[in-house]
Design a protein around this ligand. Sequence first.
Ligand code: TXA
Ligand code: MG
Length: 330
Amino acid sequence: MVARAGAVLRAGGLVAFPTETVYGLGANALDEAAVARIFVAKGRPARNPLIVHVAEVEHVARVAADWPEVAARLAERFWPGPLTLVLPKHQDVPSVVTAGGATVAVRLPAHSLARALIRAAGVPIAAPSANPSARISATRAEHVVRWLGGRIELVLDGGPAYGGLESTVLDVTCSPPRLLRFGLVSPGAIEATIGGIALPVNVARERPPREDANVPLRSPGMLDRHYAPDVPLTCAVGDACEQARSMVYAGHRVGWLARDEDVGKDLPGLTVVCMPGDPAAYAAMLYAALHALESAGVERIIVSLPPYGEAWQAVHDRLRRAAIRDTPGG
Ligand code: TXA
Ligand code: MG
């Protein structure tokens, strides 16, 4: 199956595959027409650049023009794994991949099936998350089939993507390096390896240039609304149970991402999903829980916010974005 998938990629096709974060929708990164098909399949704006995936550190040189010392140290510590590095782009990378920009985002995934696929293809693989643009990412093959099936050649089913949230994105073309997206590698872990980095203070306020669609975004992961389910989602302030019930009494079918202690509080019209108290387990389950509630036909989702603290930063970031409804995502 992997050999076949590699051949499909080499022939210009699209293959969805599992990684340790979420499922990716892959194409040969050096094939402009193939990469263009990713944008069509996802309905993704051309100004939102893609991450290029490699299976060996030595292959970074095929897609990036420079490999700064900080990048080498980070790769040594975190690769294979959920950290994406933004580097100066190699001239062989078609501009469709980088949305016309001079930098390219590169990642070496830890998932064995992802790496086997990249090796079988024999080329670097451009792959965004395998979901329609601005929707929540797919963490299971069935999510990909449901939303993108029919538009792509093949889905490699490797079971649930065990990390559950997209990779951390760090720009190392500037000094200090700048965090562009929170993810499973925390800012503290990065700083322990290379020293101080710039954090995305206020990035949530940054919006795409509305008028000129040709200007590339610095990182659309910074868009306010991104990673959002189709139904309105509210992060509860105060008593989530009370709020969920009042939505039910108002006539809605409601899904509630609750905490352990809320087991058994279901009532007709209210589906309670008890989320884990551990941040890694919560992250792994979040998108699958949202997909499941959507499939079950709920009309509103309410979330009991998990604790704060660095281990929960990426989860809070995604929940906050999922709750925003007024800004179209990238
Ligand atoms: O975990 C992940 O990163 C998954 C798996 C499949 O690898 N991929 C993923 O890709 O989440 P995507 O396209 O959904 O998100 C890529 C993020 C976007 O926020 C994009 O704007 C940013 O990376 N990005 C890509 N290239 C960039 C660049 N050259 N400069 C700045 N940001 C970039
Ligand atoms: Mg995405």
